[in-house]
Ligand binder design. Sequence first.
Ligand SMILES: Cc1cc2nc3c(=O)[nH]c(=O)nc-3n(C[C@H](O)[C@H](O)[C@H](O)COP(=O)(O)OP(=O)(O)OC[C@H]3O[C@@H](n4cnc5c(N)ncnc54)[C@H](O)[C@@H]3O)c2cc1C
Length: 412
Amino acid sequence: MKAKILIIGGGGMGTSIALHAATRCDPLDEPVVLIERDRLGAGSSGRSGAIVHAAYSDRALCGMARDSLKQYMHLTTHTGRSVGHRKTGVLILSGDSKEEREHHHADFEMQRSLGINAEELDAEAIRARVPGIEVDDDAIGIWQADGGYLEPSRTIETFARLARERGATTRTGITGPRVLVEDGRVVGVETDQGRFEAEHVVLAIGAWTPVLLEQLGVKWPLRVLRTEEHFVTMPPVDISDEDEGFQDHGGGGHEARFVPDPLETLPVAHPVVIDRENCFHIRCDPQEERSRVGRLGFKRLPELDGPLGPTEQASAEFSDWARGSVAKRLPFYADMEDRGSNASHITVTPDGRGIVGEVPEVKGLWVVTGFSGLDYTLAPSIGEGLVQMILGKPVSAFDPSFFAPDRFSGEG
Ligand SMILES: Cc1cc2nc3c(=O)[nH]c(=O)nc-3n(C[C@H](O)[C@H](O)[C@H](O)COP(=O)(O)OP(=O)(O)OC[C@H]3O[C@@H](n4cnc5c(N)ncnc54)[C@H](O)[C@@H]3O)c2cc1C
């Protein structure tokens, strides 16, 4: 089989790239193939909280997050398939120092200037959005009504299914890929199930990227960090407060062209809350009748030697911190029972910006990694822009120099 574009890795990034590639390539003349060594979503994408919003401080990332959010919101209308985007709204609470409050306001102005659906809230409006929340009378927040979270496995399944509907091939259980290079140019991949010839190979293998790059003598300063989440019972939902109560349309889950995907309307106890003062985020996970609490930012996360396996749990110390932080802000969680935890990994670069682009040393080899936990937030824009780059088209999804890998050449 000769692929125009061969993607290695079936997480959120790989499947988004496969979808965008399949949308633009002719299935007969320019085949798109994705190979995954395990099952789709076996990496950190499958364990993600998958919160999505466009409330960042960086203008470039905000623009991409805005566009990605639009793709998620309109996917069902355009394709009849859903990513389980539960639009709960996202509340971002400012830190309490003068400097943080000024930044917060500047972020809000910038987001509005990009056409992002954002509202600035005072303490009274915050309390109205999240009944029971504890904030000082001078608290400020940003409200993004279009934000919420995705159901990670539904997102990956939908991206992969749509890619296949457009002619792509996805193959799981293919191990040991070795990138084949001739005269400085990719020619394909050797695997335990034979050789795949390919004009372009994309590494979308997240925290495993250094392993395959090192086989080619390429070393970048990527770090893998441990990320944890603590789970606690979701508080009861007052259905009468819900404008979109859950209705089981009996559709079985996937084809959502004429009925909403039940995952998109499940009642939640409160919107996503991102608390910059106490450094946590929390989102409801109504399918599991629990809420997921994570730590904000990645500067204090422990570094790992490599990716974590699929059954890791958070440390007792993290769970204590998560419970305490949430109960301070949302006291109605104080009496909720613990419901386990989750630990996985994210991949980061020295400047905190992801990598998207061609490996300078190997023509036709492309890498996507290092998104520090913004992967779902950006995956549609990344998929779109990377495919534009590969096909030599003008790149409208982002500025390629922002993510260019050559900024790390020789730094490994
Ligand atoms: C606890 C947690 C919470 C998070 N919360 C959010 C959030 O709220 N919002 C957000 O946007 N992001 C969040 N993230 C980040 C994000 O979801 C993931 O880190 C991201 O999806 C990684 O995507 P990926 O496709 O690059 O990598 P992965 O999902 O790790 O996928 C890589 C795939 O490549 C495969 N693979 C590896 N090596 C090979 C090989 N040699 N051959 C073939 N296949 C291979 C793996 O099996 C895997 O399936 C969170 C992450 C974690 C861990």
